[in-house]
Design a binder for this molecule. Structure first.
Ligand code: FES
Ligand code: FE2
Length: 362
């Protein structure tokens, strides 16, 4: 369901400090902590001796000591002390994982360490760039992370799930285009001369018709950014002049916890009124309540998927971006399996798309 040879967010930078933090990432138990030089260490959360979670032990300096019989491990996972023993068994170590901190997130690589290339980390520079302001949070979802990707690659659900904030009829009815590059799948939707939905009406401070945009960019396996905004209609936003409007940039990235749960990290940024903490708090809390509506839907959908077993999804034309994103994930997983097992097999339970979607997706 998820590739291991990929960077995943292990947490916000502020989450990981001088306390042992246990997390399940891609079905693997990990313990995270900050070393004395400020860098982050990530070890498998199971003692070499008898598998007690190391997160139940203690941290001194850069060393974790197991809370059962006192074996100590350094930040590379190597055992540095065994009680009542002068020589240390050379095989005594726990797995350590490559870590990179970038754009306010701590990224972890769960696969083959020699393939961990930091240049492959998605570019979320808006999350700490002085030309942007905003903040984010984390939501735990009891669902397959791919259901969240599906949700974000088709925003027509805003009309029905988020009608009190960002949804209105135009989102479900407006045409859109789907394109892809080597790295990404992009869904672009422009809504011209529409009434703004409640959230954006408040941002503009008055009644007017607007041109609204949603430009969704997916990078496999789980990063989705959305360039969103509205501008007074007829002021040139579709041609590139957004000066009579407001622009937001939304980061969504999920990390599989298990096959049926994930950690969902999100941030809501803007490029105007940069010094307004009030606006930062309002945007963040608006995002939190909007995403809580998605959580309700996604967890109910996961229960239905579990209940109906191997029943397939039926694609619509609105699913064009979803299908391409799923295909990218499927390719990553298949490539990884092929490299390990010498063969590849498809794993995504989605039926063949109608002809026009299939054509679009080629
Ligand atoms: S289980 Fe950790 S030292 Fe024995
Ligand atoms: Fe949503």
């Amino acid at each position: 369901m998820f590739p291991l040879n990929s960077w995943y967010v292990a947490g916000w930078d502020h989450e990981i400090g001088r306390k042992l933090l246990a997390k399940m990432i891609c079905g693997i138990k990990v313990v995270l902590y900050r070393k004395t030089d400020g860098s982050v260490a990530a070890l498998e959360d199971a003692c070499w001796h008898r598998q007690l979670p190391l997160s139940l032990g203690t941290l001194e300096g850069d060393t974790v000591t197991c809370g059962y019989h006192g074996l100590s491990f350094n930040g590379d996972g190597r055992c540095t002390h065994m009680p009542s023993q002068e020589t240390i068994n050379p095989s005594a170590c726990v797995r350590s994982f490559p870590i990179v901190e970038q754009h306010r997130f701590v990224w972890i690589w769960m696969g083959e360490a020699h393939l961990a290339d930091p240049s492959k980390i998605p570019d979320f520079h808006q999350n700490e760039n002085p030309e942007w302001a905003g903040d984010g949070g984390t939501t735990h979802l009891e669902c397959d992370y791919r259901l969240l990707v599906d949700n974000l690659m088709d925003l027509t659900h805003e009309t029905f799930v988020h009608s009190s904030s960002i949804g209105n009829r135009a989102v479900a009815e407006a045409p859109f285009t789907v394109s892809r590059t080597e790295e990404s799948v992009i869904v672009t939707r422009w809504m011209i001369g529409i009434d703004p939905p409640p959230f954006f009406k408040k941002q503009l401070g008055g009644e007017c018709l607007v041109d609204r945009w949603q430009i969704i960019t997916f990078r496999a396996p789980s990063a989705v950014t959305i360039d969103v905004g509205v501008a007074r209609t007829g002021t040139g936003a579709p041609q590139g002049d957004r000066s009579k409007g407001v622009t937001g940039f939304v980061i969504h990235v999920s990390t599989p916890e298990t096959e049926r749960s994930c950690h969902y990290y999100w941030a809501f940024l803007r490029n105007y009124q940069l010094s307004s903490q009030k606006l930062t708090t309002e945007w963040r809390e608006s995002a939190r309540s909007i995403l809580a509506e998605d959580k309700t839907i996604l967890e109910a959908q996961q229960k239905a998927v579990d209940f109906y077993g191997d029943r397939d999804f039926n694609p619509l034309s609105i699913d064009s971006g979803v299908i391409l994103a799923r295909r990218r994930i499927e390719e990553m997983v298949a490539t990884e399996r092929q490299n390990v097992n010498g063969y590849a097999k498809p794993i995504i339970p989605i039926v063949a798309a109608p002809t026009q979607i299939g054509e679009m997706a080629k």
